[in-house]
Design a binder for this molecule. Structure first.
Ligand SMILES: [Mg+2]
Length: 245
């Protein structure tokens, strides 16, 4: 059953990405490549005017469906969470059960999921054990609407919803999305004008085989297009919108 749920998740992502591969491949360039979440320092964020971070979780902060932030980056991550004036949200392509786990793991950080429903697109925001549903068209919803399909990265809508939650809709360039995948995390950031940091996938061996393959393939595609990336904050890294058009 669990295997079935995981398969469904990657299949849904594949269905969204594959038909649009050529168009999306123009949006895979991150603002910056970092070799680890530990390389994100507050001073640099302040210099770049970053006020909020959108986090991918699996592969970025921990192994696939792990129960806690990987010890190798836990200190750096906690320091960012504790920083005053820095807002955070989690944008994950996970299922609801995993979102509930993440809500408990990061009680102070909203976890944003999106769905197409009979009443249009609707977002589920989990903060700790509390869940609220809202829609850009109808505002706050009371009760779970009938879901047609999930909205997943690389959807611009999902990121826009996180910006609404963080009150950052008017300044997407002051938001940094941190993720490990080009065709989900980085594309969705570029589609919205949010800046992005690409980190290597953490504990790649923990992922289901199709996901592992897609991670390896997209790395090859990126290198064919842009060459081997340089890691770290570069001279005038002035993080900026890096999509081609
Ligand atoms: Mg990931």
């Amino acid at each position: 059953m669990r295997m079935g749920i995981m398969s469904e998740t990657w299949l849904q992502t594949a269905r969204r990405v594959l038909p649009n591969l050529v168009r999306l491949s123009r949006q895979i360039r991150p603002t910056i490549h970092l070799s680890s979440v530990s390389d994100i320092c507050l001073e640099q964020l302040n210099r770049e005017g970053i006020k909020a971070i959108l986090w991918d979780v699996d592969g970025t902060l921990m192994a696939h469906h792990a129960g806690r932030v990987d010890p190798s980056i836990a200190g750096a991550f906690t320091a960012l969470l504790r920083a005053t004036d820095l807002r955070h949200a989690i944008v994950s392509n996970c299922q609801e059960a995993r979102a509930a786990e993440l809500g408990q793991m990061f009680p102070e950080v909203p976890v944003v999921l999106g769905y197409e429903t009979k009443v249009g697109c609707v977002f589920r925001i989990t903060r700790d054990v509390e869940t609220k549903w809202w829609s850009p068209d109808h505002g706050r919803l009371f009760g779970k609407p009938e879901i047609v399909s999930p909205i997943r990265k690389p959807s611009a809508k999902l990121i826009e919803s996180a910006l609404v939650e963080l009150n950052m809709s008017n300044e997407p360039e002051a938001v940094l999305l941190v993720g490990d995948q080009y065709f989900t995390d980085i594309v969705s950031a570029n589609l919205v004008g949010v800046r992005s940091a690409k980190v290597p996938t953490m504990k790649q061996s923990s992922f289901p085989i199709p996901v592992k393959l897609s991670q390896q393939l997209e790395t090859i595609l990126y290198r064919l297009k842009y060459g081997r990336p340089s890691f770290g904050w570069l001279e005038e890294t002035k993080i900026q919108h890096t999509a081609e058009d």
